[in-house]
Design a protein around this ligand. Structure first.
Ligand code: GAP
Length: 508
């Protein structure tokens, strides 16, 4: 755990040091859970969005993309259920004046008991060595069983409180479990209150005269309210999808873990409209398709897992998360939800406009059912970035920091490096820059010894270093060095386009 924490600190420090991510408003001491993307972070983030957009919109004839406004009519959030139900239960400690999510306090308490189970397992593993059978141990060891029973009973009581919206019951649980504030160490808790996560603002110059507007907490509603516009103007036939990438805002009470949980973030969402009755088939299709997208980035499958929801939102008839092994454990990266016809029906009801589709094959009108795929851009960034960051010891005993980003997402595709700063090599290197810069993001670097320049590119994830040496002037060949293997090969300058295209082809 300590190692994981140290590693996570390295991720945050590396992101800042190399211009990927900065704390927002840093010279004013920052703004909690808000971050700015720097010069390299912006490139990586744009490449992630483009990779998603291509796979969803360009590769699917029946999916189109839109860009709806962040401000929307306030009734939309009433219809979607966000005004009444997009809440977190919060509790304050009177001594530290710190605010917590009641459910997170309880989850953390459960995590501590789970840690105890892990410790018992580690001890037994040491004792029994290769003969250790974890499954058998956790199902028979008295201490582990006692801990597991505690966890089960806490979870059951917690689920009951949440289902009944029993806020007093939640507070009583926190008291009964002896949970203390991590800052003050006391149990001097206020009552639990529901806290709506939407940021509210006012439109117009005179406050109070106009309706409250909300910064959208998801991009999905912009798609639902444009369903008819897109279907009619694009002559779309069910099944079809509408995709969108854009900012979303949530006033998270516990915003932490860097860009994992932010107050301003970006989502890539797609709503797929289908015939009623076919939705579970399509749900399975998108569940598989989305995992394939993640795997196409070349990250090992053991880093991903599905988490099927047992308890479903009232409007959903199936839901799953794709979880990723972040430096702090498996956590949600993407959600895939079968949302029935809930959203379109509610918007029909609240707007008075019929949001239906006439299916000419069936000769009938219906409200389509919807499968949603919803993934955070920032969370994807964190997953890819933290997985790519490595400290490597090389054969000669030296070490290097390597950011082995999928080449298709790397901020710079190649660095152009004259071996020395004389003998006409910089001029030749500049010629190569001019040849390639219209097709690839490149970096030119002539400062320091070549080894140090390679290290700089390794640390920012550049997949190829193209070195110009004295032979280049004679034979028009350059040395291409591969970031991950450090292997080098000679390539003719007039073949560089074909070579790079081949290496950087988006995976399918
Ligand atoms: N339209 C469905 C929806 O918004 P969600 O599970 O609340 O579902 C979808 O969010 C995805 O958005 C999550 O899987 C996560 O990747 C990302 N996300 C949600 N809240 C976030 C936050 N506070 N910071 C960063 N990413 C967030």
């Amino acid at each position: 755990m300590a190692n994981q924490e140290d590693f996570f600190k390295k991720v945050v420090a590396h992101a800042k040091e190399y211009g990927f991510i900065f704390p927002s408003s840093e010279i004013y001491d920052g703004l909690a859970a808000v971050y700015d993307y720097g010069q390299l972070g912006t490139e990586l983030k744009n490449n992630i969005k483009q990779y998603w957009w291509r796979s969803m919109v360009q590769y699917h004839e029946n999916i189109v993309g839109i860009d709806s406004a962040i401000f929307m009519h306030p009734k939309i959030w009433k219809a979607s259920g966000h005004v009444d139900a997009f809440n977190d239960p919060l509790i304050d400690n009177r001594d530290s004046k710190k605010r917590y999510r009641a459910d997170v306090l309880i989850e953390n308490h459960i995590a501590k008991i789970e840690d105890k189970i892990e410790k018992e397992c580690a001890k037994a593993q040491k004792r029994f060595g290769d003969a250790f059978d974890r499954q058998q141990f956790v199902s028979t060891n008295a201490r582990v069983l006692e801990h597991q029973q505690q966890i089960d009973s806490i979870r059951a009581r917690y689920a009951e409180c949440m289902n009944d919206n029993d806020l007093a019951g939640l507070k009583q649980m926190i008291l009964d479990l002896g949970i203390v504030c991590p800052i003050s160490g006391t149990r001097n808790w206020t009552d639990v209150r529901q806290f709506n996560l939407m940021f509210a603002t006012k439109m117009g110059s005179v406050e109070g005269e106009n309706d409250t507007l909300y910064l959208r907490p998801e991009t999905a509603q912009g798609i639902f309210v444009n369903f008819l516009n897109v279907q009619k103007s694009g002559r779309m036939k069910v099944p079809f999808g509408i995709a969108q990438v854009g900012k979303a805002f949530r006033n998270e009470i516990v915003a932490r873990q860097f860009i994992f949980r932010m107050r301003e973030f970006e989502q890539m969402e797609m709503q797929f409209f289908v015939r009623p009755g076919t939705e579970l088939e399509w749900f399975r299709y998108w569940k598989e398709e989305r995992l394939k997208w993640h795997l196409s980035l070349g990250i090992d499958a053991s880093n991903y897992r599905y988490h099927d929801h047992e308890k479903l939102a009232h409007y959903a008839n199936a839901a799953t998360d794709i979880e990723f092994l972040f430096p702090f454990g498996f956590k949600e990266l993407e959600g895939i939800h079968s949302r029935t016809n809930f959203d379109l029906s509610r918007h029909s009801e609240f707007s008075g406009k019929k949001l239906q589709y006439f299916d000419s094959e069936l000769n009938e009108s219906y409200t389509p059912y919807v499968i949603e795929t919803s993934i955070g851009v920032d969370r994807t960034f964190l997953a890819i970035f933290s997985h790519a960051l490595k400290e490597q010891t090389l054969d000669d005993g030296s070490s290097r920091t390597l950011l082995s980003l999928p080449p298709v997402l790397a901020p710079y595709k190649a660095a152009i490096l004259p071996l020395v700063k004389k003998d006409g090599l910089p001029e030749k290197a500049r010629e190569i820059m001019d040849l390639l810069k219209y097709d690839y993001m490149l970096q030119y670097d002539e400062k320091d010894a070549i080894g140090r320049r390679y290290r700089r590119q390794d640390a920012i994830g550049t997949p190829f270093c193209i070195t110009v040496d004295n032979d280049t002037l004679q034979d028009n060949n350059v040395t291409v060095r591969h970031r991950d293997t450090m292997q080098q090969e000679r390539v003719a300058i007039d073949q560089l386009h074909t070579y790079l295209n081949q290496q950087l082809k988006p995976l399918r």
